[in-house]
Ligand binder design. Sequence first.
Ligand code: SF4
Length: 229
Amino acid sequence: MLQIAEIYKSIQGEGEFTGTSSVFVRTTGCNLRCWFCDTPFTSWEPEGEQQSIDHVLSQVAELEVEHVVVTGGEPLLLPDIVPLTAELRSRGHFVTLETAGTVFRAATTDLMSISPKLANSTPGVDRSPAWSKRHEELRHRPVVIRSLIAEPRYQLKFVIDVPTDVAQVEEWLVEFPEIDRGRVWLMPQATTREELSAKTDWIEAAAMENGFQFTSRLHIEQYGNARGY
Ligand code: SF4
């Protein structure tokens, strides 16, 4: 069984396949609590319902789209992600799996999309002392990252809020010399069009300067982070 928040058709808004028509299978439940989480209904206030793998597959089939993005929350918390992704691939789908990179399972993917959480993601103790501590303890798991980047195709997306965050990305990468910088994407921390627009120019320039890719967040540009888009 899988705890599912929503299944819907939209366009991929971030990273290598930006603009690609995709079905999003969003699981609910997360072991982290980023202060800027753009899907709090999967983390801070989790919603959703238990669904069988067959039920998920039938909803995906009805939408008739090749690309499927399995996202969350943290989808790799759920053991049934392994048979779900294998079955999606066997049905001819291109499977992207989005993870924060703190849990490993042998999912079947065409693109492993990892969004490691930097120190800039940790919630303040004023919001939740327990989650502030737990998030900080769990957010960086080098062994898991190494297993995930062993997948044939991967990308790393870092959420950038302020200019000093770019230096944090560089520090993070020192531990992983095997990572191809061309697969590293910087994207603005934003949940509104206004925030996105205010950060785009300087983050794009910083990405170019450091040999990274820049990704906007198309779904926020177009829909302002509304649910189901
Ligand atoms: S890892 Fe993702 S789903 Fe979990 S709290 Fe952070 S942004 Fe939200």
